[in-house]
Design a protein around this ligand. Structure first.
Ligand code: 57M
Length: 358
């Protein structure tokens, strides 16, 4: 919005010229959402506690989690509020990619809210049935895909790291990739959010990485130099990524061990979904498997455990997702969390290195 109202004034005052630069608006957006969460977080936690918006702890989980009973949840509501407000303030209102991401963020946020709300009113850890969540996630992804293919000339070819000349055009088959990436990322982040800050740290690193990748994809000269697909308009997604990084760092101030508040499905489903969409819109779909490697590891651990248990009656891990396995091996919660953050940081560096190794 500031770009829309202030940039034209640069003819009067040259200083407003900065609003043209995506880098300036990304930084401004990050600082805005970070400061907003830091200013509002404490009163939000107090409000959620007063209204008894607290987490139901499953009794079949690690015993150490029982002490978490009574912790406020749905901190994701304020994350979405900070991201939405700061993005509207700093975005280019003509950016259809940013509007699509905000639509997905709100839609999945509503789905997650109902999941958290059901847990609250029925007093159990069982929220919305998984199939309903999956249906909603798939439906919104297909709607976004149909819009992309019919309204915007969207590149339906697949980009694979290290294979710079191999871009198979999947045409409408690309919708399958979109569903797999967006729905997969949404649920993987949801599964990962099982320890204090465990999902928040990798979300900060993943969105920071995709903020850089978005800027590169939207810059014709840099994209050509690095031999990555040029995606006109993708650069604006850096601004949205900046707002998510800022809001999640602000949230982490309260979600770090021992957490004052959990993000809830309202946060994990929505943030995971737009991480997947950002990967799609910047043509870095496969790279998400590296950048979001921690999320992939958590989801694969669950799939492995469920399949093994159903086929053989035996568990591969002491408990899935894999963060519970390390807890039951005797690792204290902070040790599991920070080690997963370190892995996420290393994977982000590896992902950035693939830019040169094309
Ligand atoms: C999402 N939710 C946390 C919080 C957070 C198929 C199966 C693997 C599904 C999976 C599952 O139910 N996952 C749901 C994970 C929950 O966190 C809430 O959910 C939101 C995110 N969606 O924001 O509101 C618990 O996680 C802990 N937590 C923290 N700090 C945080 O900052 O400590 C969360 C955020 C919270 C709190 O205890 O209550 C969750 O774990 O449910 N199921 C599981 O993950 C369960 N694993 C399991 O059933 N394994 C079986 C299956 C695979 C056969 C097995 O291994 O044999 C475990 N999770 C828990 N208890 N808590 C075990 C049962």
């Amino acid at each position: 919005m500031l770009y829309y109202f202030l940039y034209p004034l640069h003819v009067e005052f040259i200083g407003f010229n900065v609003f043209k630069y995506i880098t300036f608006r990304t930084f401004g957006c990050l600082v805005t959402s970070l400061v907003l969460y830091l200013l509002l977080g404490k009163i939000f936690v107090k409000f959620m506690r007063q209204w008894q918006v607290i987490q139901r702890i499953r009794d079949d989980g690690p015993q150490s989690h029982l002490t978490k009973a009574g912790t406020p949840t749905m901190g994701g509501i304020l994350i979405l509020g900070c991201v939405g407000l700061s993005t509207l303030l700093w975005m280019n209102l003509a950016s259809s990619y940013t509007w699509l991401a905000l639509l997905l963020l709100v839609f999945l946020g509503v789905v997650g809210f109902f999941d958290d709300y059901r847990k609250l009113i029925y007093g159990s850890s069982k929220g919305l049935p998984g199939r309903y969540k999956l249906l909603c996630q798939t439906a919104i992804t297909l709607i976004i895909g149909y819009y992309l293919f019919s309204e915007i000339p969207f590149d339906t070819s697949l980009s694979i790291p290290f294979f710079k000349d191999f871009h198979p055009d999947l045409r409408w088959g690309y919708l399958i990739i979109m569903v797999f990436v967006i729905v997969g990322a949404s649920n993987a982040v949801n599964l990962t959010d099982g320890l204090d800050g465990l999902a928040t740290g990798p979300l900060v690193m993943s969105f920071a990485t995709y903020g850089v990748l978005s800027y590169i994809a939207g810059h014709s000269i840099i994209a050509a130099y690095l031999q990555v697909p040029y995606q006109p308009g993708a650069g604006e997604l850096s601004v949205l990524c900046g707002s998510v990084v800022g809001a999640c760092i602000g949230f982490l101030w309260f979600n770090t061990y021992p957490a004052d508040i959990f993000m809830g499905d309202v946060g994990s489903l929505s943030l995971g979904g737009i991480l997947g969409l950002t990967a799609i819109l910047t043509k870095n779909e496969v790279l998400l498997a590296i950048v979001g490697g921690v999320f992939v590891l958590e989801a694969v651990s669950v799939i492995t455990q469920v399949v093994s248990f159903q086929l053989t009656g035996k568990r591969v891990f002491k408990m899935a997702p894999i963060h519970h396995h390390f807890e039951l091996k005797g690792w204290k919660e902070p040790k599991v969390i920070v080690r997963f953050w370190i892995i996420s940081f290393i994977l982000s560096l590896v992902a950035m290195m693939t830019l040169k190794l094309r």
